[in-house]
Design a protein around this ligand. Structure first.
Ligand SMILES: Nc1ncnc2c1ncn2[C@@H]1O[C@H](COP(=O)(O)OP(=O)(O)OP(=O)(O)O)[C@@H](O)[C@H]1O
Ligand SMILES: [Mg+2]
Length: 409
């Protein structure tokens, strides 16, 4: 669901790396003339180019390698690890060898083909792999989770960081879904600080020419956490109160949602001209508040305002952070919170200042400080449930249909 976005292309990207002129020709013949396929041919050997091969946004990556050379197999292993669950990687080899086949399976390549390969077989293999991906536009249509504050300091950044970590680790033990955390609080953003990263987004450089902002430039402006989480964050400009051109921000949203499976937005308190687009494009919208009467009141107002303003958008839900169950004191109890918020209540996240503090000071996720902690557990329940529900919702046109177009010429 991304009605606020304007996808700049409606094609499916297939990336093919080969050093073999004959295979290059046959691949171009298979895909080249279709408008529905954006074919990116990379000329060269996997061992040399594999580590820098652009895979983000591709629906399928095909690599032609010399399986007899250990450095080529090692490069393939690095590539499949980097690609994670998406995009699928197809290996093309010179000849069939049982041991090689077994190794390729272990590396989790989606398929392998042995030369010589008929163009039609290449298209069929790619179509079969793309099938069921739910992705008619490459990896487009990320699942987007957006966090916005009801009051200052409620914990938006903390919960956005933890949610991104949960999504990143949701793919099982061997695969990590590509996940990007975007700090849209350009003035006071703290995401890079909380994760101890160098912020690399330079909006001022993009602003004069938003059209120049493409995948390559995005790659340059991403910071990577050691966990594999991609982060978009700009250096803070506390003294500079200005809004950026909405086109630049929408372009950024478009790029991240095209290139990642999961995207998490950390929103500022101020409502900018681009805020509506972000909210409309989100799958889940969480308003973060605290368990105080004014906090809940603000949250309720915000829920009502968003529902009125963006009637077609996702339903905003309230997370009450730093919640403390008080048996014998006068603080708000869970039942009070639930009553105050009604249907909009999503979750109460426990208060654990020492844990959160240590995670921030060390620049690591909460789970690394204390595995199985209650904050992560509560958030996991909420986020993974909503992710599963969204996954059950309809899937867009499949890659197979587009590849059929390619062969129907
Ligand atoms: N569940 C929690 N338990 C205890 N402390 C928490 C919890 N969540 C956040 N905090 C603490 O609350 C403070 C504010 O958190 P955070 O920076 O995430 O909030 P924010 O809403 O992003 O703030 P800002 O309005 O400044 O952007 C931090 O000191 C953080 O350590
Ligand atoms: Mg913040």
């Amino acid at each position: 669901m991304r009605p606020g976005y304007t996808p700049n292309s409606n094609t499916t990207r297939v990336v093919i790396l080969t050093a073999d002129a004959e295979f290059d020709r046959s691949a171009r013949a298979a895909f080249g003339a279709s408008n529905a396929i954006e074919l990116i041919m990379v000329s060269g050997r996997l061992a040399e180019l594999g580590d820098t091969l652009e895979v983000a946004g591709a629906a399928v990556v095909v690599v032609d390698l010399d399986a007899g050379r250990p450095e080529e197999m090692a490069a393939l292993a690095r590539l499949t690890t980097r690609a994670g669950q998406w995009p699928p990687v197809v290996a093309v080899t010179q000849g069939f060898d049982e041991n090689v086949a077994r190794t390729l399976m272990q590396m989790r390549v989606a398929d392998f083909l042995v030369k010589p390969i008929e163009p039609i077989d290449l298209v069929r293999a790619c179509a079969r792999i793309g099938k069921g991906s739910g992705s008619g536009k490459g990896a487009m249509d990320a699942q987007i989770h957006t966090f916005l504050p009801a009051v200052g300091g409620a914990g938006v950044t903390t919960l956005a960081v933890q949610t991104a970590m949960i999504l990143l680790n949701s793919g099982g033990s061997r695969t990590k879904p590509s996940t990007c955390l975007v700090d849209l609080d350009f003035q006071h953003g703290a995401v890079a600080d909380y994760l101890d990263l160098e912020p690399r987004l330079n909006l001022a450089e993009i602003e004069p020419q938003p059209d120049r902002f493409d995948r390559q430039l995005l790659e340059v402006m991403l910071s990577y956490h050691s966990s594999g989480l991609a982060v978009v964050a700009a250096p803070n400009r506390p003294a500079e109160m200005r809004s950026f051109d909405p086109d630049v921000v929408t372009r950024l949203l478009d790029l991240v949602s095209t290139n990642f499976q999961y995207v998490v937005f950390d929103m500022p308190r101020t409502w900018f001209s681009w805020t509506d687009s972000v909210l409309l494009g989100s799958n889940s919208l969480y308003i973060v508040s605290e368990a105080t009467v004014p906090g809940l009141r603000h949250a309720k107002h915000l829920v009502a305002a968003i529902k009125e303003r963006l009637a077609d958008g996702p339903q905003p839900k309230v997370i009450v952070n730093r919640f403390q169950q008080r048996m014998f004191s006068s603080g708000l109890r869970r039942a009070d919170v639930q009553k105050a918020l009604g249907d909009a209540f999503a979750s109460a996240i426990p208060n654990d200042y020492a844990l959160v503090r240590e995670a921030i000071d060390r620049g690591v996720p909460l789970d690394e400080v204390k595995s199985g902690n209650k904050i992560t557990a509560e958030l996991k329940k909420l986020v993974l449930e909503s992710t599963a529900a969204k996954a059950r919702e309809g899937k867009p046109a499949s890659l197979t249909q587009k590849l059929k177009l390619a062969t129907a010429r």
